[in-house]
Every structure is written in C-alpha cells, then in structure tokens.
Ligand binder design. Structure first.
Ligand code: FAD
Length: 318
C-alpha cells in the first residue's frame, strides 16, 4: 500500500524504522534478527538505506598506495524484495540515490523495483564521497534529488529514457524525499532549503522523512514553515537514539544538527557507553511521547543495524 494512504487510514501514530544492508560478506540473517523483535510494534513499512561505493587506499607491499573502489553495503533492492516476501504485511521503502548512478542505471534499478511490486521509494541525492567535500554526479547522472524525482515521475507516466520504446507501461511509484529541520549542511539558509524542498514536492514527492533531531521544537518549527510555504504532504519525524559518547561531536558535524544543552550536560556526565546508551533511550522515549501527543502520523527510527535500543523505546511508547 502507498505510504500516504497507510498514514491517512490510521488515527494513531505508527512505528517505523530504517535498516542498513549488512556489510558485504555478512548474512541477511542480520536483517531478520533486526526486524523480528520489532515486529511486535506492527511497523506498516520499513526503510532500507542505499550505500554507494567508496574509494579506499590500500597500502601495497612496496609501500605505495593502491586506489580501490568498494561497495561495503550492497543489496538494497534484494533486501527490500526479501523482506517484502518474508513479512507479507509490511511494505518496504528502499532508498535510491543519485551518487554513483547514471540515468540508465537508475532506470534499470527502477524497472527491477517495479517488477518486484515495490511501490514506495525514498529518493535522495546521496552525500559527497568521503575523499571529497563536493557532490559529484556520475557522467549522465543526476545533480540532485529533484532530477531523480523527475525521472521517476516520467517513468510513472510511461516515459522511459529510450523515447523510441513503444507501448511502454507506466510504473506506479510513490515518492518520498528527505527534509532537514535544521537545514541541509550545504544549503545557504533555511529559506533556500525550503524552496528546494517545495520543488521536490511539486515534482511528485508525496511524503517527507526528516533528518534526525534531538529538540522536538525544531521539528515543529520546520513543519510550520513547510505548511506556510504550501507543503502539505506528511512530514515524518526521524529519531535516532544516541548510543556512544562520540556522538556528542560526530552527529553535529556529520548531520548539521545541534544537540540541546540539557542532553549535552547529561552526556558529559556519562561514565561509559552503556550509560550513554541508556541516556539515549530515555531521551528518545521523551521525544517520542511528545511527538505522539502532537499527533505525528508515524515515527521513523534510525536503527543503524542495532535494534535493542529502538526495541526498548518502542516498548515504552507504542
Ligand atoms: P537534495 O534534495 O538534492 O539537496 C541537496 C542540497 O542541494 C541541499 O542543500 C538543497 O537545498 C540543494 N538543492 C536541492 N535541489 C536543488 C536544485 N535544484 N538546485 C540547487 N540546489 C538544490 N544517503 C545515502 O547515501 N543513502 C541513503 O539511504 C540515505 N538515506 C537518507 C534518509 C533520510 C531520511 C535522510 C534525511 C537522509 C538520507 N541520506 C542518505 C543522506 C542524504 O543523501 C544527504 O543528506 C544528501 O547530502 C542530501 O540528499 P537530499 O536528497 O536531501 O538532496
């Protein structure tokens, strides 16, 4: 079922979560071990992230560095299909990114997803490669999520890249996109970010999933700003439980977010990561209860492949 319809049909706030494909060489059992305990909270759908290849430098025996391109977490499309067929009541929302894809490769991935009966997708630009700080599209790839949305909208209208195709059948994808309550890191200001978010919705996005935030007021302000701008689609809050001391500095730097002072003070007091994990659970429970009180349609939890803290949060909240 289409995500916006699922959300409309439910009066209560729902539970959902995001999975990372396992590292290359690991088993899909890791995915099932993450999903199984969380089934108790009846997620209507599960997101599966996409990970582009990375350039790494390996030291050779002669001391020189050898450049290698590796994809550490392949398998997004296959995992989406495996989940769809193992857990029949759950929808899957695979992510697709611009980075590393030409338009032809994107089209082929979309055809695979369509044949698998996958109807919902989250379309993203992807981050710059680790070795650069500037997003570089593939030759004949998209520069931003908007280009990718336009391609999927075209396909939904039966317009493929090869204009000579005859009797081409339209796909039926429902498109979700990312939104940033604290602004995307590269955006010059909030208004500009909102302007491009609106463009994504006008191009066909039917729901928005937010970047993680730790202060709910930032989410409420963002939703209000979107509504004022005429963005009416569901805006799904993304919650990540803090789990290691290092998050104190790595999360603000990586995701362009602020940690509230009250959380920082408590984090600094933690003696080890088991205390941090407990604090992260308690903070996320408080955030979740407040979001539910404010009637959010669903909460999207970032599991990062470790479901135990999300399980404890869901147990306390749903
Ligand atoms: P865009 O919407 O393309 O925006 C990127 C920047 O360009 C913004 O600053 C925006 O304001 C600006 N912009 C947008 N459109 C235009 C335009 N037409 N002209 C000029 N500027 C423009 N990354 C992954 O690699 N894999 C994942 O699975 C993944 N999942 C994610 C899930 C969620 C919920 C979120 C919030 C992020 C996820 N990301 C993922 C990270 C995401 O790829 C990065 O945040 C990326 O830097 C931006 O992606 P976007 O789709 O928001 O980009």
């Amino acid at each position: 079922m289409k995500i916006p319809e699922t959300l409309k049909q439910n009066k209560k706030s729902l539970f959902s979560f995001e999975l990372l494909p396992p590292l290359k060489g690991r088993s899909i059992k890791e995915i099932y071990d993450t999903i199984d305990p969380l089934m108790e909270f009846k997620p209507p759908y599960i997101n599966i992230t996409y990970h582009r290849e990375e350039v790494v430098y390996k030291k050779r025996t002669d001391g020189l560095l050898e450049k290698k391109t590796i994809r550490k977490r392949p398998g997004t499309v296959a995992i989406a299909a495996a989940i769809k067929y193992k857990y029949r009541d759950i929808n899957v929302v695979p992510h697709l990114i611009c980075g590393g894809f030409s338009k032809e490769e994107t089209e082929n991935a979309l055809i695979d997803l369509s044949f698998l009966g996958i109807e919902n997708i989250l379309l993203l630009r992807g981050d710059p490669e680790h070795s650069t700080n500037r997003f570089v599209p593939e030759k004949n790839g998209h520069h931003n999520a908007l280009g990718l949305i336009n391609q999927v909208s075209d396909l939904n209208n039966g317009i493929y890249l090869d204009e000579e195709l005859e009797n081409s059948s339209p796909t039926d994808f429902t498109i979700g996109v990312a939104g940033y309550p604290e602004k995307h890191i590269e955006s010059p200001n909030d208004l500009s970010d909102l302007h491009f978010l609106k463009k994504k919705v006008e191009a066909g996005a039917e729901f928005i999933v937010t970047q993680m935030f730790f202060d709910n007021q930032k989410y409420y302000n963002f939703v209000n700003a979107c509504r004022k701008e005429g963005i009416t689609v569901p805006i799904i809050p993304g919650i990540k439980p803090i789990s290691v001391q290092n998050h104190l500095n790595s999360l603000p730097k990586t995701f362009n977010i602020d940690l509230p002072e009250a959380l920082v003070k408590e984090l600094i007091k933690c003696k080890d990561n088991s205390h941090v994990r407990q604090l992260g659970i308690e903070w996320a429970i408080a955030q979740s209860k407040d979001l539910i009180k404010n009637n959010v349609p669903v909460i999207h939890y970032y599991t990062m492949g470790k479901p135990d803290n999300v399980y404890k949060i869901a147990k306390a909240v749903f």
